[in-house]
Design a protein around this ligand. Structure first.
Ligand SMILES: *Cc1c(COP(=O)(O)O)cnc(C)c1O
Length: 427
């Protein structure tokens, strides 16, 4: 069934480390060989062997309209024919920035980058330049791209600074990064009492999408907001994944909380490389060329990428878009939960907008340690059972899932029936 993918993977490993350009693609977590895709349309992926899959990864979020949406493809083609890149300002950048400012009221000014990683790295540098402080706080299980200062494993106690979680990151680079448990009020309170005055920023996924899908308590985020205000700490919501995924206002709209800075990516490029960071005007004014914090990019605000983002944002802002998407995603979770129940498999699931989490444990987790208690071995067998039935899930028990506007009721029904058979197989 996967012969050509196997062959390509074998060959790729000769010239690309691990055969992939981003580690999770290698299927190391679930075992087996990664699928090489040839094309995609709507909710479906087609691989090099000609197999068709219903896709619940959506390129890790961006494909919210489904793959190759005709209007997005047309916008890209039209723009590409007029020049791929100028390294100079274009009107479309102004339009995308204006759109972001309009959709997310916490953003007064915004700068475009080419990836989410650049956006978070730049936001942290900006927060440090703005406050003149060095320390930053992040949370266990939250991912903010592969910038040095953010690749930190939690230390042993709540107040020990972290160790690098990647070789090649000098300990002194993460010596100023404190890692706290997610969704835990006491450790937050203690940390601010100890180092609130020396802290430049807190960066958080306001809904976590990189330890599977975990919702924090609103009271927790409210408390975080009030502490940041009290201590003059810049609050950064990393909405690279949740922005325009859980709703048109992102997680900040859902919770009604205004961060000082927001980082964006994924959906705002509609499948093309676009990231962004923005927020309070007085903070953004510290960026070069206005201020002393340097940040730049040859392809930042690339016209073709921006065209895809603008068209995507236009289409998802249509009335009723997120209501329909949330309902479809909710149907999927309800169907999967019923199927697991029927086969007696301990299982739970949750969703918001077009994002979801499924867990092989009976309760939805609320933090990293809860996520770690899911039955990983069972997920891995489920993943392959579903793959063999034409359903493409994220190849790890610790990733969120995504539904697009192109997924039909029939796609959901097909998925649920594949799941019922898969649960029976792995029980
Ligand atoms: C994907 C992601 C990033 C990194 O974005 P890239 O475009 O992969 O560099 C940062 N933060 C969050 C929350 C993400 O989900």
């Amino acid at each position: 069934m996967f012969d050509k993918s196997r062959k390509l993977f074998e060959n790729s490993q000769g010239v690309i480390p691990g055969g992939v350009n981003s580690p999770v693609r290698a299927f190391r977590a679930v075992g087996g060989t990664p699928i090489f895709f040839r094309e995609a349309e709507g909710a479906y992926l087609r691989d090099v062997d000609g197999n068709r899959f219903i896709d619940y990864v959506g390129s890790w979020g961006p494909a919210i309209l489904g793959h190759a949406h005709p209007a997005v493809v047309a916008a890209v083609q039209e723009r590409a024919a007029k020049g791929l890149s100028f390294g100079a300002p274009t009107e479309a950048e102004f339009e995308l920035a204006s759109r972001l400012v309009e959709l997310l009221p916490s953003i007064e000014q915004v700068r475009l980058t080419s990836s989410g990683t650049e956006a978070t790295m730049s936001a942290i540098r900006l927060a440090r330049g703005f406050t003149g402080r060095n320390k930053i706080i992040k949370f266990e299980g939250c991912y903010h791209g592969h910038g040095d200062a953010l690749l930190v494993k939690a230390g042993s106690g709540a107040l020990t600074f972290g160790n690098p979680s990647s070789a090649g990151v000098p300990p002194e680079v993460v010596a100023n990064t404190l890692v706290l448990p997610y969704n835990d009020t006491d450790s937050l309170d203690e940390a601010f009492r100890n180092i609130g005055d020396e802290t430049a920023c807190v960066i958080i996924e306001p809904i976590a999408g990189n330890m599977n899908f975990v919702m924090p308590a609103k009271t927790y985020l409210d408390f975080l907001r009030s502490l940041c205000t009290k201590y003059g700490v810049v609050l950064i919501f990393d909405e690279v994944m949740t922005g325009f995924r859980v709703g048109l206002g992102g997680a900040q709209g859902y919770f009604g909380i205004k961060p000082d800075l927001t980082t964006l990516g994924k959906v705002i490029g509609g499948g093309m490389p676009v990231g962004a960071f923005g927020g309070r005007r007085d903070i953004m004014a510290h960026l070069a060329p206005l201020g002393a914090v340097y940040q730049a990019g040859t392809l930042s605000g690339n016209p073709v990428a921006v065209a895809a983002g603008l068209k995507t944002l236009e289409l998802i802002a249509r009335p009723g878009f997120f209501e329909a998407l949330a309902m479809r995603t909710g149907d999927l979770i309800a169907g999967l939960t019923d199927a697991a129940d029927a086969e007696g498999v301990p299982f739970s699931g949750t969703s918001l907008g077009g994002m979801f989490g499924i867990f092989f444990r009976s309760q939805v987790p609320t933090d990293y340690s809860g996520v770690m208690e899911t039955d990983r071995d069972r997920f891995n067998r489920f993943f392959h059972a579903m793959l063999n039935r034409g359903i493409y899930l994220a190849p790890s028990a610790y990733e969120a899932g995504f539904v697009s506007a192109a997924h039909t009721i029939n796609d959901i029904a097909e998925t649920v029936s594949a799941a019922r058979a898969s649960f029976a197989e792995i029980r």
